[in-house]
Ligand binder design. Structure first.
Ligand code: IMP
Length: 195
């Protein structure tokens, strides 16, 4: 099994990357397991692609091992694609997921259901010590609800109703999310590149 270090401090992302990549025969370990827990990388890119590469490349350089990073976020059509690359800090630095969700609900106050279309986007990048780089994008389309539903998942999961389901990402089980999510779709595209 190929060992890959996940360039993330987000436990939920780590769990999802681990579960999905295990199916391609890859053993995903945390930065901590690789000896670099707590390393925080400045994500100053302007796109998911740039930030995903910045994170994977930094962790490959530090560990000398193959690294994988996910940069992801929520694009809301009514808000011209916001919060987008700023999803993690939408309500400000050091704010919680609940603060971000509340801000989103406020920005969408009075917006009818048919105008609440959105998509989660993920760009997954793998960087190898020999300089090779693979990157793939995946999306999951859906709608933003009027109030949160469910207690699972993280981030904007309780407000996101994926197309074709009547449960939010916070209500469905992890296995179902890992089949249809933006991260799963990015990894499926990446798997094709792995050949
Ligand atoms: P990143 O760590 O800079 O890629 O920030 C990603 C942010 O996008 C997270 O902090 C969440 O707010 C949001 N996000 C990304 N993927 C998901 C997901 O699967 N569910 C809910 N929120 C997500």
């Amino acid at each position: 099994m190929t060992t890959v270090v996940a360039a993330t401090g987000n436990e939920h992302k780590l769990k999802e990357l681990k579960a999905i990549m295990e199916k391609f025969g890859m053993n995903v370990i945390s930065q901590e397991e690789a000896g670099f827990g707590g390393v925080d990388i400045v994500e100053d890119g302007e796109s998911f692609e740039e930030n995903s590469f910045i994170k994977a490349d930094a962790i490959m350089e530090l560990t000398g091992q193959i690294a994988v990073a996910d940069d992801s976020g929520l694009e809301v059509d009514y808000l011209d694609g916001a919060p987008g690359v700023h999803s993690a800090r939408y309500a400000g630095e050091h704010k919680s997921d609940v603060d971000n969700n509340n801000k989103l609900l406020k920005e969408l106050e009075g917006v009818p259901e048919e105008e609440r279309t959105a998509r989660f986007v993920s760009v997954v990048t793998m960087v190898y010590p020999d300089g090779r780089m693979l990157s793939a994008r995946g999306i999951c389309p859906g709608k933003i609800l009027f109030e949160p539903r469910g207690t699972g998942g993280f981030g904007y999961d309780p407000l996101f109703l994926p197309d074709g389901l009547d449960q939010t990402f916070a209500e469905i089980d992890q296995e179902t999310k890992n089949k249809i999510s933006h991260r799963a779709n990015a990894l499926k595209n990446l798997e094709r590149m792995l050949g």
